[in-house]
Write a protein that binds this ligand. Structure first.
Ligand code: SAM
Length: 295
């Protein structure tokens, strides 16, 4: 069964008596080439355990199951669980978990799956998903903070979000999420997916990006909490100078002290936060941590 075929999807949905839920970001892929390219884009070997978020009716899951050792797919929509049991019946290496990814203990789910299927405890784990667009950034943050050492996170997102995720310091698209994710790994845009590749067709194009996660973080951070607070403060008021933005974000540190810290970090006094790359944010936040009683 070709799960990326328009007619097949319609038949499956009608057969189950269900429609697409816009509020859950249900735009299903109708191009069988795209899931294969996503699976290749993971750059993971075949002995990998894949976490998929939002399998829908299983178009991407099918491609992932054909290529990788095991797939765990987390789907929030209870109406799709019996559908997936049928569409993925031919694969014995897929586990469908009904739940909200944002409320799922991902580390525990992966451990359970390894134990149940006799997978090696040190099997590489990667994420591959066509993400629901209403919740892209929170999911990405949840994934990097969930305590699992993924080798990579390959996701389809709206093209404009892909621009933000891959933006370099000083560009218009560069934002807090670009800097925060750069702390965790190297982000790369892989390819564009036209809106015509989905049903129902969204208004905008999508793109696939891959975050290759650092297995040993190269940044010597004194406090991740202060680092992320510094980044968020800098972008909260991105039109202001870094000094003014930090004065608002760290109102309990005096402006003179912050000016001194900015100078110690080797940054020009009038610089804007949006010009700083992740290395500069780490240096700056280390000075904030060391020179103040923040925390
Ligand atoms: N993977 C399918 C495909 O590519 O055709 C469907 C992708 S569709 C863009 C997003 C999927 O994520 C939907 O199946 C939706 O029900 C599911 N979803 C939405 N929010 C979710 C959440 N918080 N946790 C898990 N799945 C979610």
């Amino acid at each position: 069964m070709n799960l990326c075929d328009c007619g097949t999807i319609k038949r499956i949905m009608e057969g189950a008596g269900i429609g697409f839920r816009k509020d859950l970001g249900q735009n299903f892929l109708i191009s069988s080439e795209v899931p294969i390219r996503c699976a290749e884009g993971c750059e993971a070997n075949e002995n990998t355990l894949i976490l998929e978020i939002g399998p829908g009716i299983g178009c991407m899951t099918d491609a992932l199951a054909c290529r990788f050792r095991h797939v765990v797919a987390v789907e929030i929509d209870d109406r799709l669980i019996p559908v997936l049991a049928e569409t993925l019946a031919e694969h014995d290496n897929v586990t469908v978990h009904h739940g909200d990814i944002m409320k799922t203990d991902i580390a525990a789910l992966l451990e359970e799956t390894k134990a149940r299927y006799g997978l090696p405890s040190d099997i590489p784990v990667a994420v591959c998903a066509n993400l629901p667009y209403y919740i892209t950034t929170p999911i990405l943050m949840y994934l990097v903070e969930c305590g699992v050492k993924f080798s990579s996170i390959t996701v389809m997102v709206q093209a404009e979000v892909a621009d933000r995720l891959t933006a370099k310091a000083g560009t218009a698209a560069y934002g807090a999420i670009s800097a925060v994710l750069a702390y965790y790994g190297e982000m790369k845009r892989l390819f564009t997916v036209p809106s015509g590749c989905f049903m129902p067709q969204p208004k905008v194009n999508s793109a696939v990006v891959r975050l290759a996660l650092y297995q040993d973080n190269p940044y010597s951070t004194k406090s991740e909490k202060v680092l992320f607070r510094t980044i968020h403060a800098a972008f909260e008021q991105r039109r202001k100078t870094l000094l003014n933005a930090l004065s608002s974000g760290f109102s309990n540190i005096g402006k003179d002290k912050l000016a001194e810290i900015i100078e110690k970090a080797g940054l020009p006094p009038q610089i804007r936060g949006e010009k700083l790359d992740i290395t500069q944010f780490v240096t700056l936040s280390n000075f904030i941590y060391e020179e103040t009683e923040i925390l």
